[in-house]
Design a protein around this ligand. Structure first.
Ligand code: ADE
Ligand code: ZN
Length: 338
């Protein structure tokens, strides 16, 4: 890749729409926070921990991700975690971010919901003041748990409703289809939340259909397996449905064997509204620009492709039309000058 292309990717203004804040927990910060909380980590050193980040599938990753999140205890821990991500995102010219958090990962360990959301929210507000970075927060239900548990989580979120834009669905996909959460999504929709769900990461195209038809989602997280089904591709294109794609995650979790086989370019060629995101950057080898650089290199993406991806990230975000227009103008000015 030319230096000019690298600079273009790094500097173009962009939004990130698929980021698990618990997945941005870098080993160094994990050791610091664990030490101050007196929590024991299974690995003796940062290097040993990093060696364990070698996954054959989603579940192997999730087991380590949930164990790592166990170090987080106080509101300050959640603040520090979120702030560390926001500083990195700002440096990578992320002008708007939509962050997912998994409350059940913490409340099931006895951590109050308030500590989790208040720490995250305070950091987001500080990034808004300091960097002008805007945000939305997405509350994700863990799909390996019951729909009843998701209902309880939605209820716990009620006092903080004005801080949460959207609800999502993550964790172990295969065997936990979107339809399992039909009723809680109906309730969330009635309460005015936007809706997203992980679908078609390891699960089949059928799960993407379910997310659309049964949950009524506004976005699909991942969606790779949509390409197995031509009718679904046609539907996604016609509806301008967003796919929040995560190339390095797909590589690390063996959703794709090699980035040269990554479906991102095919998605764009088929008219799908794909975006590029980092998912769990501390575990998968990089933040949003690292994902752009790796996939652009592997698939020979052009400046036009990168511009489309940046524009898609703004168009697919849950911000109002005026702000979208402002951000799209920023991208246009950047492209005109570069
Ligand atoms: N939780 C955090 N990252 C995830 C992913 N890539 N898929 C499903 N659940 C997740
Ligand atoms: Zn994800």
């Amino acid at each position: 890749m030319t230096d000019e292309m690298k600079k273009f990717i790094e500097e173009i203004p962009k939004a990130e729409l698929h980021l698990h804040i618990e997945g941005s927990f870098e080993p160094e910060l994990m050791f610091d926070i664990a030490a101050r909380n007196g929590v024991k980590i299974k690995y003796a050193t940062v290097e040993e921990l990093k060696k364990a980040y070698d996954f054959n599938n989603l579940q192997e990753f999730l087991d380590i991700y949930y164990a790592g999140a166990g170090a987080l205890q106080t509101k300050k821990d959640f603040y520090d975690l979120t702030w560390a991500y926001l500083e990195k995102a700002h440096k990578q010219n992320v002008i708007h971010t939509e962050i997912m958090f998994d409350p059940q990962t913490h409340t099931d360990r006895g951590i109050p919901f308030a500590y989790v959301i208040e720490g995250i929210h305070d950091a987001l507000e500080d990034a808004k003041s300091k960097y002008g970075m805007t945000y939305n927060l997405i509350l994700s239900f863990l799909r390996h748990l019951s729909e009843e548990a998701a209902f309880k989580t939605l209820e716990e979120a009620t006092p903080y409703k004005s801080w949460i834009k959207c609800v999502g669905l993550d964790s172990s996909e295969v065997g936990n289809p979107p339809s399992k959460f039909k009723n809680v999504y109906t309730k969330a929709r009635e309460e005015g939340f936007m809706l997203t769900a992980h679908a078609g990461e390891e699960g089949p195209a059928e799960y993407v259909w379910e997310a659309l038809d049964i949950l009524g989602v506004d976005r699909i997280d991942h969606g790779n397996h949509s390409l197995d089904d031509d009718k679904l591709v046609e539907r996604l294109a016609n509806e301008k449905m967003t796919l929040t794609v995560c190339p390095l995650s797909n590589l690390k979790l063996k959703v794709v064997e090699d980035l040269h086989n990554h479906p991102l370019k095919t998605m764009l060629d088929k008219g799908l509204r794909a975006t590029v995101n980092s998912d769990d950057p501390a575990y998968f080898g990089g933040y949003v620009n690292d994902n752009f650089l790796a996939v652009a290199d592997a698939l020979d993406l052009t400046k036009e492709d990168i511009t489309t991806l940046a524009q898609n990230s703004i168009e697919a975000s849950f911000i109002d039309d005026d702000l979208k227009k402002k951000y799209l103008n920023e991208i246009e000015s950047f492209v005109a000058e570069n």
